[in-house]
Design a protein around this ligand. Sequence first.
Ligand SMILES: C[S@@+](CC[C@H](N)C(=O)[O-])C[C@H]1O[C@@H](n2cnc3c(N)ncnc32)[C@H](O)[C@@H]1O
Length: 302
Amino acid sequence: MHDETDYDRQYGLESFSTSELTREAGYIMDICRRHGLPAGAPVLEIGCGTGRISIGLALQPGMGHLLITDPSPAFCGIVQRKLSGLTVAAERVDFGILQAEDVNMLPAGSVSMILLRSVLHHIADVDGFLRACAAVLPTGGLFVCEEPYYDGYMMMGFLGQFIEDALTGSGYICTQEDQHRINHFISTMQFYSRRDIDKSQAEDKHLFRPDELMATGREFGLELTHYPNWRMTMSPEGNERARAGYFQRFFAEYVRYCMDWPEDFSKRVAEATRKYFRFFEPLETGGNTTPACFGTFVFTKR
Ligand SMILES: C[S@@+](CC[C@H](N)C(=O)[O-])C[C@H]1O[C@@H](n2cnc3c(N)ncnc32)[C@H](O)[C@@H]1O
């Protein structure tokens, strides 16, 4: 639905530092190693996009055969271009045009880990896909993804309804364009949270509840551990530090980057709604984080 070559601009990823990407992918691999992934194991990445994690994975010491895939030839080309000229540390790197739904074309046991970041919510039949991944993975193999949680997004939509009042209260009168933006955001969050409509033509289809994923995974022999509000590309200390004020920042970044709101309007909204987020301050003690917005899911094939 969007021009692939504009993706890095929208998310502010036009320039990248290879050392930063390597460090980020190192945190991903730390989680995977903790869950039993051996060094040198073959890894399949589905939905590489512009390579935000692929580059660091390819540069990762101890990385085995890495198969980087996306259904978009344009995205694969962008990652290939970014990788050309870099000395990869992986045993071997290959590219493939792959729709997640076709993962069953891979021979059983051919990859030890299937990795997806921000991709599972685009796949129409999540249960069917998980079943197919479970069939490809060997015992002990991992399915790792970072995905949106239902609660946080549903709460963002609910909060969206107060944005205009909050702006009026701060002395700013919304233009028609502002009102359109706000309403678009509210209906986007509601659409995303709904489960009673056909989303086959929608880009973002699902928001996840760990209780449901746990039950689905169990059916296919996949045991789930999940880490709410935990970025797999961040250090454990960074993730711990990010717990305070998580929801407020997540909301501010979502409207700025995912909804592509202009910077000045995004700032104005963040300022006018600040007081509502104080509700969460006393809830964030003792390492608690709520509501869960985005996090890491690790399934182990038993
Ligand atoms: C939000 S981007 C994430 C890109 C990258 N993983 C990252 O973390 O920056 C979503 C990616 O999923 C891919 N995608 C969408 N539907 C897919 C599907 N059915 N199967 C595989 N990939 C899909 C898109 O082409 C896009 O590259």
